[in-house]
Design a protein around this ligand. Structure first.
Ligand SMILES: [Zn+2]
Length: 477
């Protein structure tokens, strides 16, 4: 039984969904970047654009999962182009942190006493303020309150404007919130303090790339590699250079919320039509998801060959979203109903990715994208209920992470099941519940905890709710 009408679309969606970059650190110090690295027997396997590769476990020191994933198998929806470096807090941090955070809260009186001390010009006092504000920011981040964390970093910087750790951590926070232009301010200050820091240039590249300034991103990442070779940055640089190689021949179109690039061969009417459709979709998603992406979203239209060259995606891939929405439009002259659905689907991934700080599990990403494009479970309900009865449906936990290794059939079921789960949440609690869930995903330690916090349900209960919903809504049971 085919649950999704177009098998090519299935694979396209699979590729679009989940990219979780891991770093495999070898005992000789070399680092390999791959996706979904897992230890399996005496081998470590990982995905690359060239397919699955494996190396002997004996030569591996450790696997570092990027800090946007919850665990080895977790995809991160739309992943950032590079991972965030760990920035050490100020010296003497532990003692100050203990005085700043205690009894489940921030001791503002203590922070104020440090600030008063700093105002007298006491030596070392500004560093104490920096450490206390850093500790308070960590406290708020753990609660998922990014706005208060940003406030703490900024307050610390008022007293210690040259504190590298505060500047870098503030920049990382802005980047996670997709506030790319905002992130450039602290990064430029950090560069003045530490002109030889590879981490500063790594993050600058991320900021420029996110702001759709490819040439500046390439310059920054080249500088980062010159200062310290980093496979993570090398990968990002290659991708940016592939983008740039064809950008010179692209024409551009811009609206309030989108920056569209398209190959000269595409019809300008098509580009205008796509921008118009995307603007409508944007307004719709903005009100439904109660979220406004802070920056313009980059969209690139390709001829078939250019799409294959740049994305290095297999030939059966349709559109994809890796932070930029990339759509092959070969042979199209207007926005067909199918293209319209694809645009809404991919734009939903951008909204869900940014709103959850790239932490949405794949079932949530794909369930939401299908729901927003207008797909419903009617034709799949009987199959899903029957499969649930036979214990043949995948658990949601198995759909948290990457779907890249799924067969076409498994992917079809994964899409249909994810949509049913989303439908059941909306049927019970409306988009209010969805938005609570998306907000919880941004900060909870795992997707299961987020579901518990937002919906007061375990994964098992959510799965049962979805089956009950299918029975009631479509099968008169
Ligand atoms: Zn998708």
């Amino acid at each position: 039984m085919r649950l999704v009408p177009c098998i090519a679309a299935v694979f396209a969606l699979v590729v679009s969904s989940c990219v979780s970059a891991d770093v495999i650190v070898l005992k000789n110090g070399n680092r390999i970047v791959g996706m979904n690295a897992t230890a399996d027997g005496d081998r470590v396997t990982y995905q690359t654009s060239a397919g699955q590769l494996s190396i002997p476990k004996a030569i591996v020191a450790r696997i570092e999962h990027d800090d946007f994933s919850f665990s080895s198998a977790d995809g991160a929806g739309i992943a950032p182009p590079v991972s965030a470096p760990q920035i050490e807090p100020a010296t003497g941090y532990e003692a100050i942190a203990q005085k700043t955070i205690h009894d489940g809260g921030v001791d503002y009186a203590y922070i104020e006493s440090l600030e008063s001390e700093a105002r007298t010009g006491a030596p070392g006092a500004t560093n104490k303020v920096a450490a206390a504000c850093y500790a308070a920011a960590q406290f708020f981040l753990a609660k998922g309150d990014s706005a208060s964390a940003i406030q703490q970093y900024r307050q610390g910087l008022e007293f210690a404007p040259h504190n590298f750790g505060l500047l870098m951590n503030l920049a990382v926070l802005y980047l996670r919130e997709s506030q790319f232009t905002e992130a450039l301010n602290p990064l430029q200050q950090a560069r003045e303090i530490a002109p030889d820091s590879a981490d500063v240039y790594k993050l600058m590249g991320w900021a420029y790339y996110g702001a759709d300034k490819t040439a500046e991103a390439i310059d920054a990442w080249k500088q980062a590699i010159k200062l310290r070779p980093d496979p993570d940055v090398i990968e990002a640089l290659k991708k940016a250079e592939r983008d740039q190689a064809l950008e010179s021949s692209y024409r551009e179109g811009e609206t309030a919320h989108f920056d569209l690039k398209y190959y000269g061969g595409a019809a300008p009417e098509l580009a205008r039509g796509i921008l118009g459709a995307l603007e409508n979709d944007y307004n719709d998603l903005q009100s439904q998801l109660d979220y406004t992406p802070p920056e313009q979203i980059a969209v690139i239209l390709y001829t078939g060959q250019a799409f294959a060259d740049i994305t290095r995606a297999p030939s059966w891939v349709g559109a994809l979203n890796d932070g930029r929405i990339r759509i092959p439009v070969e042979g199209l002259t207007s926005v067909t109903p199918e293209l319209a659905r694809e645009l809404k689907h991919e734009l939903t991934h951008s909204f869900v990715g940014q709103k959850t700080h790239y932490r949405a599990p794949t079932w949530l990403q794909e369930g939401m994208a299908q729901w927003m494009e207008g797909r419903r479970s009617s034709s799949d309900a009987a199959y899903l209920v029957d499969a649930a009865g036979r214990g043949a449906l995948p658990s949601l936990a198995a759909l948290d992470g990457s779907w890249i290794g799924f067969t076409g059939d498994n992917a079809s079921v994964a899409y249909a099941w994810s949509l049913a789960v989303i439908e059941s949440i909306i049927a019970r609690g409306g988009l209010g519940d969805i938005n609570r869930l998306l907000d919880a995903m941004a900060s909870a330690p795992s997707p299961q905890v987020a579901v518990l916090q937002a919906l007061n349900m375990s994964y098992d209960e959510l799965q049962q709710q979805a089956v009950d919903y299918l029975n009631h809504a479509y099968l008169n049971n």
